[in-house]
Design a binder for this molecule. Structure first.
Ligand SMILES: [Zn+2]
Length: 334
């Protein structure tokens, strides 16, 4: 992948390429190819109150003691993915490690300000670098006591593998967090009691080999990680598409539930329904191409999303091919 030159970006090309394996790797392209559409998408407010807005993200209070981080990384890429702060009487859970230590430090600061607590548990939903690249930013610092990481063992292994593949420089704070991670049970949902608030931590899969969602029954909030993309066409780079579809169809749909997607603005039931339709549309196109012996690269050239599903911004013009290619791989060569 080559990153186009975008004047005035604070992140150097080298650092941008450093997160190249992530699901948000094509943001520079997005910003230059469709700046108005990207701005409109990222400007789309959820139903909650915005407590802070920065060039890289905003924090929206979506329920009592629950804040969504909506990443808007067009000019400044310190967050790169969405996340959350969930507060109980005794403890706080932060969701995601973001694309840079600066992103994680920024969230830790806001968690302290909003909840009065100077430490937290941090859950990463899956291994992609835009969700885990900055976990070292949660290490103890001035006025911050540090964090305990929670992730599945598969996610931790994949993070380490990705770090090694990209020859990431050793970082003692990162090693300590990854090494001390509390394993999330990959087989069955677990709970986390924050004091007066119990969260469900649900192991799922499909976007990667190991995905996790955080579900709050009391507030009807689902923090979906990259199992849900809202108004941005999803990246299938690591997907097992049939597993992804099953996982998305299994997300809770109680009336009034709001969803923090991995990318894009806050979502509601209608957004989730539209996303499911989009995944079904991709599956249908892939199965038809496969039955007709048409390669994914060829089928992608004529693939379109109907206007009835609304606008879906493409991080990269290759994402249709990546999606159809993931299905092609799963369906097998004929
Ligand atoms: Zn991802």
């Amino acid at each position: 992948m080559t990153a186009p030159h975008v004047p005035g970006l604070p992140m150097s090309r080298r650092r941008f390429l450093g997160v190249g394996a992530s699901c948000a790797a094509h943001l520079a392209l997005l910003a230059t190819a469709a700046p108005a559409a990207a701005r409109a998408l990222f400007g789309r407010r959820g139903p909650g109150t915005v407590v802070v807005e920065e060039p890289w993200a905003r924090i929206e209070e979506v329920a009592d003691g629950v804040w969504a981080v909506i990443s808007t990384p067009l000019r400044d890429r310190r967050t790169l993915c969405n996340g959350a702060i969930v507060a109980g009487r005794e403890r706080v859970l932060l969701v995601e490690g973001f694309g840079s230590g600066d992103g994680a430090r920024w969230l830790a600061g806001w968690a302290r300000r909003l909840t009065g607590r100077a430490g937290a548990d941090v859950l990463v939903t899956h291994y992609h670098a835009d969700h885990t690249g900055g976990v070292e930013g949660y290490a103890p610092a001035d006025e911050w006591e540090g964090a305990r990481l929670r992730a599945t063992r598969t996610t931790i292994e994949l993070v380490r593998g990705d770090d090694a593949r990209r020859k990431r420089a050793p970082d003692p704070a990162r090693d300590a967090l990854l090494g001390g991670a509390e394993p999330v049970d990959p087989a069955r949902p677990g709970t986390l009691d924050l004091g007066g608030r119990v969260l469900r931590i649900v192991p799922r899969a499909g976007h990667t080999a190991s995905d996790v969602t955080v579900e709050l029954d009391d507030a009807r909030v689902v923090i979906a990680g990259d199992l849900l993309w809202n108004r941005m066409f999803p990246n299938y780079v690591d997907a097992t598409p049939s597993v992804l579809s099953k996982a998305v169809h299994a997300l809770p749909r109680e009336r009034g539930t709001v969803y923090v997607p991995g990318h894009g603005p806050m979502a509601d039931a209608a957004d989730l329904a539209r996303y499911r339709e989009l995944l079904d549309l991709v599956e249908d196109a892939a199965r038809r191409a496969h039955a007709a012996g048409i390669p994914a690269a060829e089928a992608a050239k004529t693939f379109t999303v109907p206007a009835s599903l609304g606008e879906w911004l493409l991080f990269s013009p290759r994402y249709y091919e990546v999606a159809l290619g993931a299905w092609e791989k799963e369906l097998g060569t004929r």
